[in-house]
Design a protein around this ligand. Structure first.
Ligand code: NAD
Length: 427
């Protein structure tokens, strides 16, 4: 296992540092909003960044050491909230960018949380289940003073899942000498998870897409869609959009993609991936690469895999008229102007994929009161909150005559800075 302090690959020339990408948008919004210099400096920096070493005795008896992170961007609206990612390219700048996106996302969704993000630099595909469990428990124990239902609440992100959340909850609870379900969200429903959480981010993508189509006066059944990534967000977005009548013409994952102008059988793809983990191995249409998927002939493009997929290099070639960002940071800042000049509407990540954190908020509320809602309640409340968030961002963008992305940042900055002014600066 190549886990011991895998050095993050240095950013290559021309490659975008995710924190810089976030700051370019934040700066543009702060300027338009005329954000006070002091508040600008306050909101720019995370309040806490923790880097930890995580020793694990591997199955072969060898001791390996991994590097873990937890970054808390702010705690102005409430306890911090944000996912935990396991991947070989996790680094501090990525965590800082993702933590601040969480702050803006929670503000836009009108939920009482600040933003955080955590992760471990590792290759989870090379870890056994027991190695993964030890890694997760040791990471949690190193962050016992940070995590807590009233302080900082993790959730799943790339390569972490319900099982990982259950281990975090159990480790935290063992130290607290009582079961503390509200310390994480995205848990299995049997131990305090919320109904509807598994589907929530994809459902939110579907709701945001339909809201945008309505603004454009287009019926779902008149459109086509290409989706990059067929994990939690991508596959559920595909399923729910196709149920609403949108024809899904392209899908992809890490193994490559498929294009079928007559529409892909999403149910078949879901069943195949459940058994085989990746799309490779059966034909859903013409084989295409992930790069080709981004440029294919589809009205809607949903990037739902990873960061920096749409860049200055390929933005000019994108044919979609509507981009709905299921992933966090799939569009590099340098591509924003190109997409805007082409008249492409972009529903930014901090709005489009907020369904997950909204239902995480519902899960936290249900854990605290110890009473669990049925799935229709969860889905109806999600729909109401996502629709309100979409309208707030749309109105702000119109008011400032800017893109939905910068409008979303302005809405968030306005909310967070108003609360900060009311609370005042302690000290
Ligand atoms: P996941 O691990 O379930 O799925 C990721 C998918 O992307 C997989 O199908 C994988 O094969 C594919 N992929 C990986 N590398 C790729 C590449 N280079 N090209 C094309 N496809 C690739 O992860 P997820 O939970 O679906 O998260 C996807 C994105 O959505 C991430 O950016 C995550 O931060 C964001 N997000 C997730 C949630 C959530 O609730 N899961 C919430 C908000 C945002």
């Amino acid at each position: 296992m190549s886990g011991t302090y895998i050095e993050p690959a240095p950013y290559k020339k021309g490659e975008i540092n995710p924190f810089d990408s976030m700051m370019i948008r934040f700066n543009a919004a702060a300027k338009l909003y005329k954000l006070d210099d002091g508040l600008y400096n306050y909101l720019k920096h995370p309040v806490k960044s923790v880097i930890i070493s995580i020793p694990v005795v591997m199955d072969n008896g060898k001791l390996e050491v991994f590097e873990g992170y937890r970054v808390i961007h702010d705690i102005i609206l409430g306890p911090s909230k944000g996912g935990i990612r396991y991947a070989p390219d996790v680094d501090l700048d990525e965590m800082k960018a993702l933590a601040s996106w969480m702050s803006w996302k929670c503000a836009i969704a009108n939920i009482p949380f600040g933003g955080a993000k955590g992760g471990i630099r590792c290759d989870p595909s090379k870890l056994s289940n027991s190695e993964l469990e030890k890694l997760t428990r040791r990471y949690t124990s190193a962050l016992l003073e940070v995590f807590g239902p009233d302080t900082d609440i993790p959730a799943p992100d790339m390569n972490t899942n319900e099982q990982v959340m259950a281990w975090i909850m159990d480790t935290y609870s063992m130290h607290a000498r009582k079961t503390v379900t509200g310390v994480v969200t995205g848990k299995p429903t049997i131990i305090g998870g919320s109904r509807g959480r598994h589907e929530a981010t994809g459902r939110g993508v579907m709701i945001a897409t339909l809201a945008a189509l309505e603004k454009k006066g287009i019926k779902p059944s008149e459109t086509t869609c290409a989706i990059q990534g067929f994990g939690n967000v991508g596959s559920i977005s595909a399923k729910l959009l196709s149920e609403k009548g949108v024809k899904i013409v392209a899908i992809s994952d890490v193994s490559g993609g498929y294009y079928n102008k007559n529409g892909i059988d999403i149910q078949k793809a879901l069943e195949y991936v459940k058994k085989n983990r990746v799309l490779e191995g059966v034909s859903f249409g013409d084989k295409i690469t992930n790069e080709e998927l981004l440029e294919c002939d589809a009205y809607i493009l949903v990037p739902a895999a990873k960061e920096d997929q749409i860049t200055a290099l390929n933005a000019k070639k994108i044919k979609a008229r509507l981009i709905v960002e299921g992933a966090n940071g799939p569009t590099a800042a340098e591509a924003d102007q190109i997409l805007s000049d082409k008249g492409i509407m972009v529903i930014p990540d901090i709005l489009a994929n907020s369904g997950g954190v909204i239902v995480s908020y519902f899960e936290w509320v249900q854990d605290r009161i110890g009473y669990f809602w049925d799935e229709d309640d969860v889905n109806n409340r999600l729909k109401r909150m996502m629709t309100e968030a979409f309208e707030n961002v749309y109105r702000t963008a119109m008011k400032y005559d800017t893109s939905l992305r910068i409008g979303a940042y302005i809405y968030a900055i306005d909310k967070v800075s108003q609360v900060l002014k009311l609370r005042g600066i302690y000290g």
